[in-house]
Design a protein around this ligand. Structure first.
Ligand code: MG
Length: 225
């Protein structure tokens, strides 16, 4: 029931939990195309828009979703590894993802205000996680990243954001999540956290509102805490 919801921005804010793809990096176009091409290579149809709609799932969950649709069963471990390896191979040939404008200055601002910065991503690929540490050096620390490997259940399950609450020692009413994806928003709201959506992709704003976002913005340039 979201009709009676009265979302209140935490005051003071003690932590900001950032999603990675589509929030910190302009990377979703590449992921969408790479997933779509990898599935196509193995004879499955999964459009880039479907990737956007299912963004935030772990790789295994994404592959199982396609198998359930097409074959009415989960993928075997071997099939998961094969398809994920293909997706990884395809995306490796794409140009490196670029950080969105405004992210570093927002992190600088948060840091000056002693607001803790966390990254909560479904991704587990070392390439992207290492890039995070380089691109946001001084702001993002390895001990404050929750990856797909830290959780049993990926987004839309609340576990990733609950894990960030647990590790940070912060309460849900002390933090804000910044997300771009419907399932990511559901995950954050399931953990009871005020959630700001940035619509950096191809979906309608309404999809993000319907997922439970407390605010929807075009990008991060106007965000201040
Ligand atoms: Mg995202």
């Amino acid at each position: 029931m979201i009709a009676n919801r009265l979302p209140v921005l935490p005051n003071p804010i003690k932590g900001v939990f950032f999603d990675m793809d589509g929030v910190l990096y302009d990377s979703m176009g590449a992921h969408a195309n790479a997933w779509s091409q990898a599935f196509h290579f193995f004879g499955f149809d999964f459009s880039p828009e479907m990737v956007y709609r299912n963004e935030g799932r772990t790789a295994q969950s994404t592959i199982n979703l396609v198998f359930q649709q097409d074959k009415k069963r989960d993928a075997t471990e071997h099939e998961v590894l094969k398809i994920y390896a293909k997706k990884t191979e395809i995306i490796a040939d794409f140009p490196d993802a670029v950080a969105f404008d405004g992210v570093v200055s927002l992190m600088k601002d948060l840091s000056e205000k002693s607001i803790s910065i966390w990254v909560v991503t479904g991704s587990s690929q070392d390439k992207f996680l290492n890039a995070l540490l380089q691109d946001f050096e001084g702001y993002v620390d390895k001990s404050r990243i929750i990856t797909g490997q830290d959780v049993q259940h990926g987004k839309p399950h609340p576990e990733p954001y609950l894990m960030a609450l647990k590790r940070s020692g912060l309460a849900s009413h002390e933090v804000v999540v910044i997300e771009n994806a419907p399932l990511g928003i559901q995950s954050a709201k399931g953990a009871g956290i005020f959630t700001i959506a940035v619509n950096t992709g191809i979906l309608d704003d309404q999809v993000l509102w319907d997922s439970g976002a407390d605010q929807v913005h075009k990008d991060m340039l106007g965000l201040k805490f």
